[in-house]
Write a protein that binds this ligand. Structure first.
Ligand code: MCN
Length: 791
């Protein structure tokens, strides 16, 4: 019996058998005849002038086909554009595809060697002699703004990318009238996305047809096609981009990279396929990083916990160049600072800064984890100051359920929300009161147990072109789906989203099956090939369900409407007299007078007896451009225990309660929350990209950049409330980033809660055992109550 009633059901991911049995083709698995291999020589300096590049050593190798350097690349191709340009004073330097005259970060591409084997390309790249004149580097955003700091872009003349301000109400007055003011310096550490599969590009140019086919491990194939055609000065219809199986992206593949231009350019130049696949070290050096903000945040409150003002002055460290979105993400952090609270007076100032690091762009959560971390940490500091329960403080300040849709002070409109009941559920599921009692016991016994609670509201479902335009994004974010019935009544869905671990092939089949009343296994979902799929904005910003999934829903509805029209004609009945039930169009009150979807599909294709003015075939394409973003929310609760002798943190409980509106597939949602929380915990406890003062990357391998393994992670308990979004017919909001957005703050709050008896208010993440141990030691010695890293 075909499974049809599947919307909201935990259908097992159809993607998994091929992934788990190794039957998927990732970029490096694609066979090509006559394949050439590219190796990219990268800068070992964070800041240096290039006096000269001598490529003769590399050219001497028999196996080397060509060597490309900056001048030729600059003349032959365009560059990576900055697609998000909101602040009026935004500085946008040109990012050369290969360095010209100067390098600005360790790992910047300087030359490319193409050879017949990978080994020959690697060896030959070592023979290139680059004469560098090292310059002083700056990696700290605040130092980069100080007088006398080394200037990265001499033509711009300052390291200040932008100064931006959001102000509402009367903040000075609020702080003057407050009973309590708390302030904290909160560092949001730099992170890598670290997907299992790094980036890679394979390009093949056919000089006979003028067609360029590019396989790239990306989250946004259609944007890559458009940007690549422009960079290579080709007509767009000659460029085809294909995403093979993508082994995770975590935001880092929501981009357009120098390597895509370089490999496309080389394939065109040579008329042969050329491939580049990054190593793990290259990934950590040269693929974008995320976060890297320092917030100086203050809250003004009344004695009863009512917040009357927020002031935040923050620095966003953007690295040396803009990638396509990075120049806007820091603005989004500012826009999300009101969070889920009534805050009548706000002043958010931000400084975006160039430094000698690789570009900072979107990694999972992209700008919302930074806002959530700052707000939820300072909420706990306020709760401690007021000696109030952190859950109670939050509840007191929540936007009430009747305020939705709610216009924030920062100019966003939250579509729907109901924060109180979700908090109740989080407290009930975690057994919060019991945990607090256990904590009291632990404290009496001298143990350091902490309970962390953090909430969030985030902006997901990136879609509305007009709203995107209002925040400075130059491209629309709508999405599309084609739903096509085949002759036999099976269906193929072509989706403009580009999943890389999210399970869209399963979820979109569920959505179409629900509308068409056919078996979920009778629906195939294709994506990621610009020659096959009409258009798509790709997968990021937890947008795919709310925007791409809705497009599937609407296209399927149009197919069903046409099916009913054809059936009415075949049954010689009026359309109004038919109903569509369980995959059959039937005459109301006369259920045997019916045609199945398969019968109708066959009739539509044979086309012998169609209603007048009806085209043969049974398919529809829908472009969905929603009226607003969606705003999911949640509360996570963690319980930890700290060993004061070693600083080791054990996570005893982790409860995630999220509201992503109507759910398509609960099992996938749970999986997304688990993955997101893992990344949040990673940032809280282990992960940090570290550059030294000279701009050398100290975390260039997984030995130094620590990712959480299964052994580091607790059992993650999930629960939900369902507050539908009014901006799409599915009622769905996003969930793909939720765990990351709130997970870091949840764990940090738990650890600081554990250390409260010692008077420790803050320790910068990641909360490594060493930092925690030092903070405890210092606090016990009465030396440094703030728990900083003083030895
Ligand atoms: N879903 C649902 N009901 C909802 C919302 C979502 O059933 N109301 C399910 C859908 O079935 C969908 C999945 O959850 O398949 C995620 O949907 P959504 O929240 O719309 O997010 P996207 O599909 O747009 O995914 C993007 C998000 C982001 S931004 C990053 S980064 C990310 C992530 O998802 N990177 C990932 N999840 C990842 N998962 C894996 N395995 N690998 C990554 O690199």
């Amino acid at each position: 019996m075909a499974v049809t009633h599947v919307l909201g059901a935990s259908v097992k991911r159809r993607e998994d058998p091929r992934l788990l049995t190794g039957r998927s083709a990732f970029l490096d698995d694609i066979p090509q005849v006559g394949l050439l291999h590219a190796e990219i020589l990268r800068s070992p300096y964070a800041h240096a002038r290039i006096r000269q590049i001598d490529i003769r050593g590399a050219q001497a190798s028999r196996d080397v086909i060509t060597v490309l350097t900056g001048d030729e690349a600059d003349q032959s191709a365009g560059t990576v554009p900055c697609l998000w340009t909101l602040p009026p004073d935004l500085k946008v330097p040109k990012q050369p595809t290969l360095a010209l005259r100067k390098v600005l970060y360790v790992g910047q591409p300087v030359a490319v060697v193409v050879a017949t084997t990978q080994a020959a390309a690697v060896d030959a790249a070592q023979e290139i002699r680059v004469d560098y004149e090292p310059l002083a580097a700056v990696t700290d955003a605040e130092k980069a703004l100080a007088a006398g700091a080394p200037i990265l872009h001499e033509d711009i003349g300052t390291n200040q990318v932008s100064y931006f301000k959001v102000a509402a109400g009367d903040v000075e007055k609020a702080f003057a009238e407050a009973d309590v003011v708390v302030k904290e310096r909160l560092v949001n550490s730099r992170m890598a996305g670290a997907p299992i599969e790094g980036r890679g590009v394979l390009a093949d140019y056919n000089p006979g047809s003028g067609d360029l086919t590019v396989w790239t491990s990306t989250q946004i194939p259609h944007f890559v096609k458009t940007l690549l055609a422009s960079a290579l000065r080709m007509k767009e219809q000659r460029v085809r981009v294909i995403t093979p199986e993508v082994g995770g992206g975590f935001g880092t593949k929501l981009n357009f990279y120098n390597e895509e231009i370089l490999i496309g350019l080389l394939a065109k130049k040579l008329g042969r396929p050329v491939k580049w696949v990054e190593t793990r070290s290259e990934n950590l050096q040269s693929t974008i990083h995320g976060r890297d903000q320092v917030h100086y945040i203050e809250l003004a409150a009344k004695k009863d916990g009512t917040i009357i003002g927020m002031r935040d002055n923050f620095y966003a460290n953007l690295g040396a160049y803009h990638q396509i979105h990075g120049a806007g993400l820091f603005v989004l952090t500012a826009l999300m600072m009101q969070a889920q609270y009534k805050i009548p007076n706000m002043l958010i100032e931000l400084h975006a800064v160039f430094t000698n690091k690789v570009a900072n762009d979107a990694t999972r959560g992209a700008s919302r984890p930074e806002a959530t971390y700052a707000v939820e940490r300072i909420m706990d500091v306020l709760a401690a100051e007021l000696k109030m329960d952190p859950a109670e403080l939050r509840r007191r300040n929540y936007l009430p359920a009747e305020s939705f849709p709610y216009s924030t002070l920062t100019g966003l409109v939250y579509d729907s929300g109901n924060y109180g009941p979700l908090l109740d559920k989080a407290l009930a599921v975690s057994g919060y009161e019991g945990l607090r009692r256990e904590q009291e016991r632990a404290r009496r016994e001298g143990r350091y147990m902490g309970i962390g609670l953090a909430g969030y509201v985030e902006v997901s479902g990136w879609g509305p072109s007009t709203v995107a335009g209002a925040v400075g994004i130059k491209h629309g974010n709508y999405d599309s789906a084609t739903v096509r019935a085949n002759w036999d009544g099976t269906v193929t869905v072509l989706s403009g989203t580009s999943p890389h671990g999210q399970g869209h092939e399963t979820a979109w089949a569920q959505i179409a099956a629900d509308v068409l009343g056919i078996g979920v296994d009778d629906i195939a979902v294709a994506h990621g090939d610009t020659a096959q799929v009409q258009f798509g904005s790709g997968t990021y910003g937890s947008r795919s369900t709310a925007v791409g999934g809705t497009a599937v829903r609407l296209a399927a509805g149009e197919v069903r409407d046409k099916a009913v029209k054809i059936a009415a004609h075949l049954l010689e009945a009026r359309v109004e007299d038919l109903e569509y039930v369980d995959g059959r169009a039937r005459v109301k009150g006369s259920p045997t007078r019916a045609f199945s979807f398969a019968d109708i599909a066959a009739a539509a294709h044979t086309a012998h007896k169609l209603p007048p003015e009806t085209q043969p075939g049974l398919e529809s394409t829908h472009f969905f451009d929603p009226s607003n973003f969606t705003y999911p929310f949640g509360v996570h609760v963690a319980a930890v225990e700290i060993d004061p002798e070693t600083g080791r943190i054990s996570i005893k409980r982790y409860v995630a309660v999220d509201d992503c509106g109507k759910v398509v597939n609960p099992m996938i949602v749970d999986g997304q929350v688990h993955g997101g929380v893992a990344m949040g915990i990673g940032q809280a406890l282990l992960e940090e990209i570290v550059y030294d003062e000279d701009g050398q990357l100290k975390t260039g391998t997984f030995v130094d950049y620590l990712l959480p393994s299964a052994a580091d992670l607790p059992n993650i308990e999930t629960a939900r409330t369902e507050t539908p979004s009014p901006v799409n017919v599915l009622g769905a909001k996003g969930v793909g980033e939720a765990g990351t957005i709130v997970g870091t703050a949840t764990i940090a709050n738990a650890v600081l809660d554990a250390l409260q008896p010692l008077g420790i208010r803050n320790i910068d993440i990641p909360l490594t055992p060493e930092k925690v141990w030092r903070a405890i030691r210092n606090a016990r010695a009465g030396a440094h109550p703030d728990g900083g890293a003083k030895p």
